[in-house]
Design a protein around this ligand. Structure first.
Ligand SMILES: NC(=O)c1ccc[n+]([C@@H]2O[C@H](COP(=O)([O-])OP(=O)(O)OC[C@H]3O[C@@H](n4cnc5c(N)ncnc54)[C@H](O)[C@@H]3O)[C@@H](O)[C@H]2O)c1
Length: 250
């Protein structure tokens, strides 16, 4: 079966690099009208050149986040069919003892991984209700289900909360024809932070991690984008409130 997203409008948060970037390129190749926001203007330049609609938005500003959804929805007659809450990460932090974590550090991780998804979902829900259909896909993490490899407490807490938001919204919005699901990627090289984290593990822990994955390899951005494509497609029409681990079986 050939998947096509022509006439589908897809909004992806945090699409400048990594999973978001790969999803933007793949959905565009499948015919979708893709809208990407990120805080990194430069990193989105080539996406814009590839015909993807790009917006510089700081998603930690909830007004700006909702404003982005309004802007995307005003771009044409059709509604936003799919929102992918992808922006996240550890906000430049490394694991340390909880007594050393500042309020600002805690808040910055909650802001981007949880509060931004709340603001974007809140803004898109009435539009999807009006359309009688829609899909929200939350990019969680293995850290939504267990302790995080990063050791960053706020990251683990935020991803667990994002899974809670996924399950709650699936029940709230399901009667309106809206599905809400989550993806839990395993460890994937996407940015400097993940490379540094891998190096910091050291040879022995790197091998342990690889041996703990049934498929004996790390995932890549395509593995994650493919799962988002499945969840965004009609193939997932009866899946709601679920989290799919994409971690090679760990
Ligand atoms: N890479 C991994 O190993 C891994 C594993 C599990 C889950 N995840 C999650 O997957 C998602 C994507 O991760 P990634 O590794 O591809 O990239 P990432 O975590 O570095 O960030 C994704 C994007 O979010 C953007 N972003 C950060 N703060 C922002 C802000 N305030 N406003 C707007 N945009 C902002 C970044 O610029 C980046 O382009 C994140 O939610 C991350 O937590 C990643």
């Amino acid at each position: 079966m050939m998947l096509s997203f022509s006439e589908k409008r897809i909004a992806i948060s945090g699409g400048a690099i990594g999973f978001g970037r790969e999803m933007a390129l793949q959905f565009t190749a499948l015919g979708a009208d893709v809208h990407v926001c990120d805080i990194r203007a430069e990193a989105m330049q080539d996406l814009a050149e590839a015909g993807i609609n790009t917006y510089v938005v700081d998603l930690c500003d909830r007004k700006a986040a909702s404003g982005w959804i309004s802007r995307v929805s005003r771009q044409g007659a059709s509604p936003i069919d799919v929102l992918i809450n992808n922006a996240g990460g550890v906000a430049g932090q490394q694991g340390k003892a909880i007594e050393l974590v500042t309020d600002a550090e805690w808040d910055s991780v909650l802001d981007i991984n949880l509060n931004a998804a709340f603001a974007l979902s809140r803004a898109v829900a009435p539009l999807m209700k009006q359309a009688g259909q829609g899909k929200i896909i939350n990019i969680c993490s293995g850290a939504a289900l267990k302790a995080s490899l990063t050791g960053v407490q706020a990251y683990c807490a935020a991803k667990h909360a994002l899974l809670g938001l996924t399950r709650q919204l699936a029940h709230e919005l399901g009667p309106f024809g809206i599905q809400v699901n989550a993806v839990a990627p395993g460890f994937v090289f996407t940015n400097e932070a993940t490379k540094k984290q891998w190096d910091n593990f050291g040879e022995e822990r790197q091998q342990q991690l690889l041996q703990s994955i049934a498929l004996r390899r790390l995932g890549n951005v395509k593995d994650i984008a493919n799962t988002a494509i499945f969840l965004a497609s009609d193939l997932s029409s009866f899946i709601n409130g679920q989290i799919i681990s994409v971690d090679g079986g760990s």
